[in-house]
Design a protein around this ligand. Structure first.
Ligand code: HSE
Length: 298
């Protein structure tokens, strides 16, 4: 069987709505081989669709059809470490695993660039799929169904603290909460901060991040969908977060912290959550994954 390891991704990074995303050192692992039927199972207790509606299978089938081939069936085994509907790119990880795995099974006819385009087409926006494939911080723009993207190296002094709540938030619901139009003032507000975030993560500038994570496009409208959101933001800043934002569509909240502060941050964050009765949240510290999805033969 081939094995595909796909990183979790944190999209938007505050102001970069639907365009910025970063790959993190947290992975889903998927084993795959051609079969004459559909045989899908999970190595953990995560409930997954086991028929043709499974997103990994669906994406693999999409790639076969795109390449003019018929998929006889697939055996898929999933190890799900990226929680679903938490703003950490779990659906993108499935799409990427299906596309990359299927491409390898038929002899790798499609280059990475084309896989990035297909993944964004399926997902609808490129900010999770591009870093899941390429790794690192990726700036992407969609133009006529094509993704124009650049992977930007991130200074090693940053870590990403994920505060993952025990409840889910569907992306459709989080997108439905957003206005359909914005003022020029709000657009300029976000454009400037999105650029500032990219340049600051690249250059290692700690002092800009608190401004760079602010936005007027999505976070103000999503805060109320996430229980304890404001309190979690407050705690993160009290503990020295350089910049805190809603990861993707939420509900995970991500704090960018200095590498040397990470152990201290983790310890005190857990303590504060317990003291404030914010229960059931997982708090994890991750680095940037700079490789993107990897395929190996098991
Ligand atoms: N950019 C997307 C959003 C990420 O914020 O809705 C979630 O898929």
């Amino acid at each position: 069987m081939i094995r595909i390891d796909v990183p979790a991704t944190s999209a938007n990074l505050g102001a970069g709505f639907d365009s910025l995303g970063i790959a993190l050192t947290k992975y889903n692992r998927i084993w795959m081989e051609e079969d004459d039927c559909i045989d899908i199972s999970s190595k953990d207790d995560t409930e997954i669709p086991t028929d043709e509606n499974n997103l990994i299978y669906w994406s693999a089938n999409y790639l076969y059809e795109f390449c003019g081939k018929k998929l006889p069936g697939l055996r898929i085994v999933q190890e799900n470490n990226i929680p679903m509907a938490r703003g950490l790119g779990s659906s993108s990880a499935c799409i990427v695993a299906g596309l990359l795995g299927a491409n390898r099974l038929i002899g790798s006819p499609l280059p990475k660039k084309e896989l990035i385009d297909l993944a964004a087409r399926i997902e609808g926006h490129p900010d999770n799929t591009s870093p899941a494939i390429s790794g690192g911080l990726v700036v992407s723009a969609l133009e006529a169904n094509r993704v124009y993207s650049v992977t930007v190296p991130v200074a090693d002094r940053f870590r990403f603290a994920l505060m993952i709540p025990p409840f889910s938030l569907k992306t459709e619901k989080a997108r439905a909460a957003l206005p359909t139009e914005y003022s020029r003032q709000d657009v300029v507000y976000n454009l400037s901060r999105s650029g500032l975030m990219t340049a600051s993560l690249f250059s290692g500038d700690l002092g800009n991040l608190r401004v760079a994570v602010q936005d007027k496009i999505h976070q103000p409208y999503r805060m109320s969908l996430i229980e304890n959101c404001e309190q979690v933001f407050r705690i993160s800043y009290e503990l020295g977060s350089l910049g805190t934002y809603i990861s993707g569509a939420g509900p995970t909240i991500c704090a960018i912290i200095a590498a040397e502060d990470s152990e201290n941050y983790l310890f005190h964050c857990k303590k504060h959550f317990a003291e404030k009765g914010i229960n059931g949240w997982n708090i994890e510290i991750h680095s940037v994954d700079s490789n993107g999805a990897q395929i190996s033969v098991d």
